[in-house]
Design a binder for this molecule. Structure first.
Ligand code: ACO
Length: 325
């Protein structure tokens, strides 16, 4: 039966120029390349020098619009997944829309779902498109995590990086089968009882400060492998797709051991798993769109490929998206 699908018609990403290597970090805290590489798979990360989440988002969005051969005037909604907004309010999405010159009256909003922010934002945009509320959507995942990392805490400061990724979605007619192009299935979850295992220690109504990332690494690790696999399996099952039919697993880029654990759990060979954590670090809501855009740009992910996106983060939140490019 025919249906409306949200097709990814443009993508772009932006990484700040400054690269911080593990050796650089070893001069700042008691750590070393060997520890960071073996425990996390991270070798380097990009760090913003004055560029805000909106600044980086605009660069990623410009690239995505160019790729889509559209302008900001063609966009019916802007949704940004971020936990590091430029201001407490208004939404970074509104600021981005204002600077880019979106048509007055266009809805813009942020999603606060931490590392799952992009998957949540993509799901909201897909729902709006399938309901016929909008025809085109600009969906961004962007973070300036360097601002909320305690650079004296070796347990956390080695993990994170900055950057932004964006996609443009457009409504198109589909057949209602898994052969369609576009988003085929989405699924979101959360479990607020895990609040204390991963959080940022500040907040408007608590400390009136931004705070720093606090993490129970072992608990996050345990939960991440199961939840990332659960979300991926759910969206595959919704479409009756098995692991052999998947071209790429693109999980949230937190840690190579988590990524490999999910790939193995799903029965996917390492060659089918996208890894960018080595040179991006963990960029939270930016990690999936950054990896997606980089892989599409490099010709690694190709038109027609079936890709399963899977994210997990603070809340805990988690979710999956099955998409044919
Ligand atoms: N350099 C050197 N030593 C370190 C460092 C460091 N950067 N950080 C911690 N250590 C030390 C610890 O102090 C500890 O020393 P001790 O035994 O003398 O006390 C030792 O290394 C082992 O520490 P653990 O915390 O047990 O190390 P573990 O193997 O659990 O690895 C890690 C820690 C990498 C954080 C792991 O728990 C993990 O990957 N967790 C997942 C968390 C994650 O990826 N979070 C990202 C945000 S969440 C998200 O995006 C979903």
């Amino acid at each position: 039966m025919s249906c409306i699908r949200s097709e990814i018609i443009g993508w772009g990403h932006y990484l700040p120029k400054k690269v911080l290597t593990n050796d650089d970090l070893s001069k700042m805290v008691d750590t070393n390349d060997e520890w960071i590489s073996t425990r996390t798979g991270i070798k380097s990360r990009h760090i913003s020098e004055g560029e805000t989440t909106a600044d980086m988002s605009i660069k990623a969005a410009d690239a995505a619009l160019k790729q889509a051969e559209l302008t900001i005037k063609d966009i019916d909604v802007i949704i940004v997944g971020t936990l590091t907004p430029d201001n407490t309010t208004p939404a970074t999405a509104a600021k981005i829309g204002g600077i880019m010159g979106v048509n007055p009256g266009t809805p813009t909003f942020d999603i606060a779902a931490a590392c799952s922010g992009f998957v949540y934002a993509l799901t909201m945009a897909d729902n709006m498109i399938r309901l016929g509320q909008v025809k085109t959507a600009l969906v961004i995942g962007a973070e300036t995590l360097s601002k909320i990392v305690d650079w004296t805490d070796r347990n956390t400061c080695v993990l994170f990086g900055d950057g932004a990724g964006a996609v443009v979605l457009k409504a198109r007619e589909g057949e209602g089968t898994s052969a369609d192009t576009g988003i085929l299935a989405t699924k979101l979850y959360s479990d607020g009882t895990q609040y204390n295992n991963l959080y940022v220690s500040g907040g408007v109504s608590t400390t009136a400060t931004a705070g720093f990332v606090v993490m129970n690494g072992k608990e996050v690790f345990k939960f991440a492998v199961g939840s990332l696999s659960e979300a991926a399996e759910n969206v595959m099952n919704q479409c009756g797709v098995n692991a052999e039919q998947i071209d790429w697993l693109l999980p949230h880029q937190a840690n190579i051991r988590i990524i490999e654990g999910v790939g193995h759990k799903l029965g996917l060979p390492d060659e089918k798993v996208i890894v960018t954590v080595d040179h991006h670090g963990n960029t939270s809501a930016a990690s999936i769109p950054l990896a997606l855009s980089e892989s599409l740009e490099a010709g690694k992910i190709k038109k027609g490929d079936l890709v399963v996106l899977s994210a997990m983060g603070a809340g805990f939140t988690w979710g999956g998206v099955l998409v044919r490019i």
